[in-house]
Design a protein around this ligand. Structure first.
Ligand code: ADP
Ligand code: MG
Length: 495
């Protein structure tokens, strides 16, 4: 397996000047002399004539071979002879590198190749081009590389158990389950899940990843959005770490890449993805993708990439039908330990038929209203909440209703919010309130400080910073803020 040994580079530049061409030919010619003496005529024709010497750079000779299989055959059967040949042509420190043709290209597209050092684990050293340690550095921004290197970037909340099955998603879900149970082995490789916004693509593909992580912990599962992938790629180019970037991805056993429509029109990123895709696929690794539209409608995507997408299985997620919507609402409520009358559930399921995210949004909003106003979720509240969602998007969030919401939510007193108290139970709600004012109103910092006992603007800045940091790093705070945010999000004027 060469997964960890690949030194990637796309499209070796074939336009060598003639001096260099001469040199490389001569080196290869010397190699052939040795090889010819060692192998029979038939093998020579089959395995060495098709090889094209590409370049000599430093003490490394790069040869182009027509396929992965070809490369593996050479390494398995002729590595000693090649060593001898390189010794003769370039000396003991000489090295050999393969450039493997992955795709021959066509009139419009140049061929795609990638480079691997000639390398056999049991062959003695100078031949082995030892990759430098940072050649595998993860492109994910990590504080502690070693411990986080194999992070999957999965959200453990997304599981099959929580994914409600219905006619709308049956094929995708069962294909997903099949892949989860036997990654890389089924015919569903790649597995492409497509569907409109909020219909559960991310949830489903992450469920597959979580399932594999639970059942086969030795597999390196990686979830990445196409946007993140693109940014990493751009950074890798900028920082000259493209090899490390590629190497990192070639180590993955299960690659989950979300929203591939985002790659449309990004040719270089696509090329890089194409290369990683091919390598992973060829070595039996599982690829799972999502897209907001079927592959045939992905414009700005290279044909050869599109044709790869069709190798496996493409399944769509559709809008949930009424029964599934009921089941989703029930599941959601059950998870949060909340009871709502069936009549209300039906009302909601009838009223929101766009997508699951919207449905969830309404439920969260309902729960927020119920807890902020300390009342049960009944028909009246459901109706008024829905009415708010539909009609009240124009209503502005005021200082007073932010304070009111914070007081209700945290069960604190107004006087404490306005006091100089440094008690934790007071400081946190106060900071939340400042944060919300900064977020939802156009008030200058000084005015925000005014509402809290005349604090200066640096205190407000500190509060805003603290809360936004906590939202990033503390799940509980994030949850709290989400609730408050949802509550206001529905009623605030869009900035
Ligand atoms: P997409 O990626 O297609 O835009 P998401 O996967 O982000 O959609 O789903 C939106 C929300 O709806 C998520 O919170 C997800 O958990 C929920 N959801 C979607 N489909 C289902 C389902 N079948 N069962 C339970 N929850 C679902
Ligand atoms: Mg998504």
């Amino acid at each position: 397996m060469l997964t960890s040994q690949v030194l990637a580079s796309a499209n070796p530049n074939l336009q060598l000047n003639s001096v260099m061409q001469n040199e490389v030919r001569q080196v290869w010619f010397k190699c052939l002399e040795v090889i010819r003496a060692e192998v029979n005529e038939q093998s020579f024709k089959t395995w060495f004539e098709p090889v094209t010497p590409l370049r000599v750079s430093g003490n490394t000779l790069t040869i182009q071979v027509p396929s992965q299989f070809f490369y593996e055959w050479l390494e398995d059967n002729y590595v000693h002879i090649l060593r001898k040949a390189i010794d003769y042509a370039l000396g003991r420190n000489g090295m050999l590198e393969y450039s493997i043709v992955v795709d021959k290209g066509d009139r419009k597209n140049p061929p795609i190749t990638y480079n691997v050092p000639n390398q056999k684990p049991n062959i003695s050293t100078p031949f082995i081009k030892k990759p430098e340690p940072d050649l595998y550095q993860s492109p994910f921004l990590l504080k502690d590389l070693d411990s986080l290197e194999l992070d999957s970037y999965l959200n453990s909340h997304y599981t099959f158990e929580k994914f409600v099955e219905g006619d709308c998603n049956r094929l995708g879900r069962s294909a997903g389950m099949a892949v989860a149970q036997r990654p890389g082995v089924t015919a569903f490789n790649p597995l492409m899940i497509y569907g409109g916004v909020g219909l559960g693509k991310t949830h489903l593909i992450q469920s597959i990843g979580n399932y594999i992580k639970d059942t086969q912990p030795n597999k390196f599962v990686l979830y990445v959005s196409s946007e993140k992938f693109t940014n990493q790629f751009i950074n890798a180019i900028k920082n000259n770490t493209l090899q490390a970037f590629t190497n990192f991805y070639l180590r993955v056993d299960v690659l989950i890449i979300d929203d591939v429509q985002f790659l449309a029109g990004k040719e270089k990123t696509q090329e890089s993805f194409f290369h990683i895709f091919n390598h992973l696929h060829q070595t039996g690794k599982q690829i799972i993708m999502s897209s907001d539209r079927p592959p045939r409608e992905l414009q700005g995507m290279q044909d050869r990439l599109l044709s790869r997408f069709k190798w496996g299985l493409t399944a769509d997620l559709q809008q949930p039908d009424f029964e599934t919507r009921i089941a989703i609402i029930q599941k959601k409520l059950q998870a949060d330990g909340i009871y709502i009358n069936d009549v209300v559930i039906e009302y909601l399921a009838h009223s929101i038929d766009t997508n699951v995210r919207e449905l969830e949004g309404v439920i969260v909003s309902l729960m927020a209203h119920a807890s902020l106003n300390r009342r049960e979720i009944d028909m009246e509240l459901a109706k008024s909440t829905l009415r708010n969602i539909v009609l009240d998007t124009e209503k502005e969030v005021t200082v007073d209703n932010i304070i009111e919401a914070v007081i209700n939510h945290f069960e604190v007193e107004l006087v404490d919010l306005k006091s100089k108290s440094r008690k934790k139970e007071t400081v946190f709600p106060r900071q939340v309130a400042m944060y919300l004012m900064k977020e939802f109103t156009n008030l200058p910092l000084k005015s925000i400080g005014y509402h809290f006992g005349g604090r200066d603007h640096s205190t407000v800045i500190h509060a805003v910073q603290t809360i936004s940091d906590l939202m990033e790093n503390d799940k509980d705070v994030e949850k709290t803020m989400q609730k408050l945010y949802k509550y206001f999000n529905r009623t605030r004027i869009k900035a």
